[in-house]
Design a protein around this ligand. Sequence first.
Ligand code: HEC
Ligand code: HEC
Length: 383
Amino acid sequence: MHRDIDLWVFIKDELDTTHERRMFCIYFVANKITMRFFNLTAIFICIVFITSFTSNNQKTAPNLDAQIGRLFFYDTRLSINKTKSCASCHDPKLAFTDGELTPKGALGDVVRRNTPTLINLADNETFNWADEKITSLQLQSNIPLFGKHPIEMGNDSTDNSTLQFAFSDKMYLPLLQQKRIERLNWSMVKDFIAEYVGQLKFHNAKYDLWKNGKVKLSKDELAGKKLFFGDKLNCRKCHSGNDFDEPEFTRMNQYQNIGLYNIGKDSIYANGDNGLENETKDRDDIGKFKIPTLRNIAITAPYFHDGSAASLDEVISHYARGGRLIEKGKFAGDGKLHPNKNQFIEGFTITEKEKKQLISFLNTLTDTSYLKNAFYRNPFQAN
Ligand code: HEC
Ligand code: HEC
């Protein structure tokens, strides 16, 4: 029975949708039958399969850690002057982005990059636009919480005393008591926040509903989908997988140069931000940034690592040209000719009608249904 419990934990935690759970059960039982090995475990799995028809699609109630993490995520007391929380930049209404080109920290410092969405990323191997060393949500949190260049939230990582306010707050106290916590430190707080961010997994966009046979896509949406996955535009070469954030072929890197800049003889990128090269110091990495998810793309403008494209129209024009031309000013240069540009950014012709169709398809990736659930909204605001 011990193995059955492990199996149950796996089904419950790792398989997100009823559909995935059913497919796993069918596969598992079929496997047992072909091996003429129909035992207790197989019967148990059949029961899981049957109950998955009656259970709804929701996962179990969020655990205590995630509930505590939720409070910290939205709490401006986690910044030096009590003005910024994680949610100041990662607003649930904008799919956990902020609508800014690049955001400002608590003391007004400009943050160099555009704020990415936090949805469906907890299982990623690396975080951040261009730093392979950031392999956990906790490591990523160090940057806004404690970073000095720029200052984002401006905390001192060696000073745990600032966290003890939670024990005199009636929202935190019962949760901390249930966990029998008597003193908080930053490491615990980062773990709690990571638990919360880990809960931000949503696959109820129109596109998902269509995949599960629940709704139809319009003619334009279907035409846009065909363009997206087709060989003329090549989008799928990089934006593949369930969240459109991984290369189609595993041998291709997660970090790619798509020809946004090409400044001076060294082909550098704007604002001294050369992406992956900042860390590796390898010239071949100049301009390489992580392939971002396209989920909720309709509501996460402006686009690219520095917010330099205002609309999806602009993004598509960039790809259609095969790289961006900046004619004058300090960023002048032709990104199309960047030596590190990926081979799939070749340029293509696209009519206005096709552009609209492609955007209609991208719009089917929007899912804000989670906003109905208070757990994904700010607990300190009546909304
Ligand atoms: C001042 C705005 C700001 C604040 C405050 C902020 N973030 Fe971010 N966040 C960003 C930006 C900008 C990036 C992209 C950073 C980069 O790539 O250099 C980012 C990246 C991330 C990522 C990586 C996303 C990805 O696609 O890999 C995670 C996770 C994240 N933030 C979580 C948090 C958490 C948790 C907090 C609170 C502890 C927080 N952020 C506070 C602006 C902010
Ligand atoms: C060679 C890989 C590659 C191909 C092909 C590709 N993309 Fe991208 N895409 C990326 C990378 C990498 C970024 C981030 C670049 C940056 O900001 O420096 C990106 C960014 C984007 C963004 C902005 C996302 C955000 O959150 O800011 C959109 C939208 C997008 N791509 C759509 C498309 C579409 C539509 C196509 C097909 C026409 C396409 N991509 C083809 C790799 C690719």
